[in-house]
Write a protein that binds this ligand. Structure first.
Ligand SMILES: [Mg+2]
Length: 190
């Protein structure tokens, strides 16, 4: 079967990583519980920054955040296991074109299975639906409500990667990546 994955905040723990980096750069010690209470995709609110200041902060540190964000626990191992079981893995990320090559390399470096021709990057959030439909994915995983909302009519198994800002969506969700193996036909999450 064909499995498609968003990258940021689906496979990589990007927001929490950004939160930690902002703490360091701004010389603050905002507690992680403040991060967990955030219901916005952006994290600058936790530091009392305005939208404009938040945008500047993100722009200044985006590369560092992108290329040092760690995978969520078991994400690498579960995707490797899917490949072992004979499945195809696709990545569909809206990171901008200038970051695509390095993003692909960083995924490989982190141990994610990246196969030729199965890495899609640089589209807008609302263009993902066209790629996902064309690829004929059987499963797709994303965190962003604006993306997930465009995919509900497709004939595939759609999952939200659980995050505070997508709790309102009434679709199946993955909290920990190990759960995915248990959702497969005949699968176990052992
Ligand atoms: Mg995402």
């Amino acid at each position: 079967m064909k499995f498609g994955f968003d990258i940021d905040d689906t496979l990589l723990n990007l927001r929490e990583h950004a939160f930690r980096i902002y703490n360091t750069k701004l010389n603050k010690q905002i507690g992680i519980e403040v991060f967990h209470a955030l219901t916005t995709i952006s994290v600058h609110e936790a530091f009392g920054l305005t939208v404009e200041e938040g945008r500047e902060m993100w722009k200044s540190h985006r590369d560092e955040i992108y290329f040092s964000a760690p995978p969520f626990p078991d994400a690498v191992e579960v995707l490797q296991e899917l490949v072992r079981q004979g499945h195809e893995i696709y990545y569909v990320t809206a990171r901008s074109a200038e970051h695509c090559e390095k993003t692909k390399e960083a995924l490989e470096l982190a141990g994610f299975p990246v196969q030729d021709g199965r890495f899609y990057c640089g589209m807008g959030d609302l263009e993902k639906v066209h790629i996902i439909r064309t690829l004929g994915l059987d499963y797709y995983f994303d965190d962003k409500p604006a993306v997930l909302d465009t995919l509900t009519e497709l004939e595939l198994q759609l999952y939200a990667k659980d995050n505070p800002y997508n709790k309102h969506l009434g679709i199946p969700r993955i909290v920990n990546w190990r759960e995915l193996l248990g959702h497969l036909p005949g699968g176990t999450d052992a």
